[in-house]
Write a protein that binds this ligand. Sequence first.
Ligand code: C2E
Ligand code: CA
Ligand code: CA
Ligand code: CA
Length: 279
Amino acid sequence: AKRAGRAQFRIDAGQDVPVPVDQLRLEVDLHHAIERRELELFFQPQFDGRTLQVVGAEALLRWRHPQLGMVPPDRFIPLAEESGLIVPIGRWVIDEACRQAAEWSALACRPIGVAVNVSVRQMLGDDIASVVAQALRRHALPAQRLELEITESLAVGDVAQARLLLARLADLGVGVAIDDFGVGYSSLAYLRDLPVQRVKIDRSFLRQVPQDAGSSRLVGAMVSMARALEIGLVAEGVETVEQLDFLCEQGCDAIQGYLLGRPIAGDDFLHRLMADDFG
Ligand code: C2E
Ligand code: CA
Ligand code: CA
Ligand code: CA
């Protein structure tokens, strides 16, 4: 799907078109994407590592462009960050994710959590704690059902400021997860210095699991480390039964990946939840 989305940016399939034209068009159009209701959240299920029950979902942003079709987030989030549009877009994402989680939990009669990606630019450029508090209140969503996924680069600039921001979120009761864990260079310092409840092992670490002994030992060590530090651990990008079996054996808390569920529209998520049709 990613490849198809990307191909739509080629005017002529044979040759590479200079990127800036497309980028400019996208950036101009992005200004109207919210009010024109072109943004949409997809949701990828997250499963309990022991029971393999659905316990929540990660919200993944999509842009249905009227001419270009579905634009993948990797294409427009960098533009949103550069232009500052990530602030209003990010607010919409948090609000919409809370709305959905509240609706699902009410209809399914059990708690369903939601994880939202928050970029560093949004984290530093907005009063994120107020935005979160307002969304929780508006949709009467218990704070424990919302998790913010942040990347390690948040702490690259100013660790003291990052700590303050995360402490305010912890006060609200929302969870914070480190996304793409292990890819940055300061992962362990991050765990030492900042209050986080979960880490998400980047899928690049899983690629060779379990056939490669070195990769498998590394992932096993990450699971042990998380347990020793009493933080939760999500494995993302789980694509094969062998990976799933390995992670379950190691005692991984939560599983996410194409094997058990791809990102789908909110309505589809609800239908499958109600029909107990995941996994
Ligand atoms: P991410 O946060 O690391 O999200 C995981 C990405 O991996 C998603 O791509 C998801 O569809 C994909 N994925 C999930 N399971 C598998 C699997 O088993 N195999 C493979 N190959 N891929 C899998 P997506 O939806 O295209 O999102 C790309 C990135 O865009 C995200 O990476 C995240 O960094 C960013 N993003 C998405 N939504 C938002 C948002 O609302 N706000 C911000 N700031 N960033 C977002
Ligand atoms: Ca993420
Ligand atoms: Ca990730
Ligand atoms: Ca990523």
